[in-house]
Design a protein around this ligand. Structure first.
Ligand code: NDP
Ligand code: GDR
Length: 346
């Protein structure tokens, strides 16, 4: 039986990857952080199955800022595969906590790589790299493994270090270490402060009469959004190759934040009519003439990534990977789920 260690198992991707690896017969170990309230809701359901909980799935207290803990865990578990998904993953928050973001996202990655090197355990390493690496380089879309990097946030800069230190440990010490450069992927389990989930949660709350307004930042930014379930399958495939390499995973399709809003409200039966432009832009519900969406400078970033558009050709060719969930299906699944949270069946 193969053993996997996942940092960030309590996050969106960690939960889907755990399900996938358990289905494939792996023993899965995940790291969790001590918190003042429960933070395992995305994986709790797995412990309800007596064949899984505490037999094939194990949780360990850990933190990417704690080297000795990581060294011990890797020595003890001796995983065949390590997926480093743990991170301070919020781009806007990284402007508020830049040093902590670098400590976790950049040096945390180095800590794991060095623990692998020193332990001499034969393990394969996956690094959760990101399309934020491409950031603000104009005229480069669609972005592939060959596109130059130009991060536009402390998060992007920290992940740039993590990307290169992964490449360096591969080249310097022969580690089987790979980067998955993943474009935005969302789901019903997406963190509540990322824009897609913020929108779909608002739709559910508005329909339930619990919220009357959704305040957003830059509506014009363009993203390449897929579903997280498709992307964790790609992570696993990246580690099953004969030789370690880096891959872009993306849909190749782009939409603006505004389009995401429009489609979400449409699925819920509310038409948005946009008024004005720039930060004064306001959206109204056509039927009732009510203000539903407005824009606040609070949600604008000091430096924005305007356009992310991925080219997944290499992954499709060499990994046989393909996304299955379309943009429309993604939005629909998220809206339906957030409406159900409010007792509303669409
Ligand atoms: P989430 O924010 O949902 O999950 C992040 C995970 O990291 C959580 O389990 C969190 O724990 C954990 N974590 C945070 N800080 C630390 C720390 N100091 N030590 C150990 N663990 C920590 O992110 P996603 O699941 O969406 O993303 C997974 C990874 O992929 C991240 O590295 C992200 O940067 C990267 N990525 C994500 C993309 C996306 O679109 N989702 C695209 C490209 C890359 P807790 O639950 O306790 O907060
Ligand atoms: P991103 O995701 O920064 O791409 O990082 P996010 O959903 O936070 O922002 C996407 C775009 O929407 C704009 N936006 C808003 N964003 C948030 N969070 N809240 C708002 O109210 C809002 N209004 C507009 C943003 O400015 C941005 O342009 C995600 C994370 O998962 C990273 O960890 C990952 O590396 C990248 O995707 C790829």
């Amino acid at each position: 039986m193969k053993k996997a260690l996942i940092t960030g198992i309590t996050g969106q991707d960690g939960s889907y990857l755990t399900e996938l690896l358990l289905e494939k017969g792996y023993e899965v170990h995940g790291t969790i952080r001590r918190a003042s309230s429960f933070n395992t809701k995305r994986i709790d359901h797995l412990f309800e199955d007596p064949k899984i909980g505490n037999k094939k799935l194990f949780l360990h207290h850990s933190d990417l800022t704690d080297s000795s803990n990581l060294n011990r865990l890797i020595e003890k578990i001796k995983p065949d595969e390590i997926y480093n998904l743990g991170a301070q993953s919020h781009v806007q928050v990284s402007f508020d906590v830049p040093e902590y973001t670098a400590e976790v996202d950049a040096i945390g990655t180095l800590r794991i790589l060095d623990a692998i090197k020193e332990s001499k355990i034969n393990t394969r390493f996956y690094q959760a790299s990101t399309s934020e690496l491409f950031g603000g380089m104009p005229g480069t879309a669609p972005q592939s493994e060959k596109t130059p990097f130009y991060p536009r946030s402390p998060y992007g800069a920290a992940k740039l270090y993590a990307y290169w230190i992964t490449v360096n440990y591969r080249e310097a010490y022969g580690l089987f270490a790979c980067n998955g450069i993943l474009f935005n992927h969302e789901s019903e389990r997406r963190g509540e402060t990322f824009v897609t989930r913020k929108i779909t949660r608002a739709v559910g709350a508005i329909l339930a009469g619990k919220q009357d307004r959704l305040t957003l930042g830059n509506l014009d930014s363009i993203r390449d959004w897929g579903h997280a379930q498709d992307y964790v399958e790609g992570m696993w495939r990246i580690l099953q190759q004969d030789k370690p390499q880096d891959f872009v995973l993306a849909t190749g399709e782009t939409h603006t934040v505004k389009e995401f809003v429009e489609l979400s409200f449409k699925f819920a039966g509310i038409d948005i009519v946009w008024k004005g432009s720039g930060v004064d832009e306001k959206g109204y519900c056509k039927k009732r003439g009510r203000l539903y969406v407005d824009v606040s400078p609070k949600y604008f970033r000091p430096t924005e990534v305007d356009l992310l558009h991925g080219d997944p050709t290499k992954a499709e060719r060499e990994l046989g990977w393909k996304r299955h969930v379309s943009f429309e299906e993604l939005v629909k699944r998220m809206v339906v789920s957030d409406c159900l949270e409010n007792g509303i069946k669409l």
